[in-house]
Design a protein around this ligand. Structure first.
Ligand code: DX5
Ligand code: ZN
Length: 225
């Protein structure tokens, strides 16, 4: 099961001093490190990869959350040294073999999610609901940090929550990713989000320490609903 709480978007760390940022994430008791894997194909950007995950996980016990923004994830998952309890999401838009890739991940003890772009209908999830742990709703167009939330996002979170609840999926969690500022996170939670991927908008801010930003985010989410 995906834990409720905060996932730190690792493409937003200070790559010149990753260790310091990870120590701060530990102090802030962040639930997961969220690794955006981008292949320059499904999204035009490139980011992160298995080497980085392998080397970082040696130095911390924070949970690993891998967001595969790549074409044909079924051909790529073998390159990841996955452990039981790791979290992995694949985009429904990237594979005709969605069920197979999710089954293969499950067989490795992984908590599995399907990520959906802002314009993707929740009905696409129908035939994998029985093996799904969570849905990742992109609240920006995928590929880049620092964007504004897509305007239909809150309506979409409500629609997905309703769809899951109406199809025996009340246990399936919702993760949101993109422009998760304190202000947006409160509205996202009220709409039905459970886990919040925090990047430049919520955690890695120019004018605030990571530990302080995390505590402000957590308090706001606790108090709002
Ligand atoms: C967007 C990425 C996000 C991003 C979120 O494609 O998946 O993880 O880093 O961070 P901000 O807060 O910068 O939108
Ligand atoms: Zn992501």
């Amino acid at each position: 099961m995906l834990k409720d709480g905060l996932s730190a978007s690792m493409m937003c760390v200070n790559f010149m001093d990753t260790k310091t940022d990870i120590e701060k994430l530990e102090r802030a008791q962040i639930e997961y490190m969220h690794f955006d894997i981008m292949d320059g194909e499904f999204v035009s950007n490139y980011a992160l990869g298995p080497c980085m995950i392998n080397s970082i996980r040696k130095g911390t016990n924070i949970g690993v959350d891998i967001h595969l923004m790549v074409e044909h994830p079924e051909r790529k998952i073998e390159y990841f040294d996955l452990r039981e309890g790791d979290v992995v999401s694949v985009h429904v838009e990237t594979t005709p073999h969605l069920r197979k890739v999710l089954q293969d991940l499950k067989a490795r003890g992984v908590t599995v999610g399907v990520a959906i772009n802002p314009s993707t209908l929740e009905e696409k999830l129908k035939y994998v609901l029985d093996i799904l742990d969570f849905v990742l709703i992109m609240t920006v167009n995928p590929g880049f940090a620092g964007q504004k939330m897509v305007s239909i996002s809150l309506e979409k979170i409500r629609d997905v929550r309703k769809y899951l609840d109406g199809h025996n999926g009340s246990h399936i969690k919702i993760q949101v990713d993109g422009n998760v500022s304190v202000e947006n996170a409160i509205k996202m939670k009220q709409a039905g989000a459970d886990n919040f991927v925090c990047g430049t908008a919520g955690l890695f801010k120019k004018d605030m320490d990571i530990v302080t930003a995390a505590s402000i985010m957590r308090n706001a989410l606790q108090e709002c609903c």
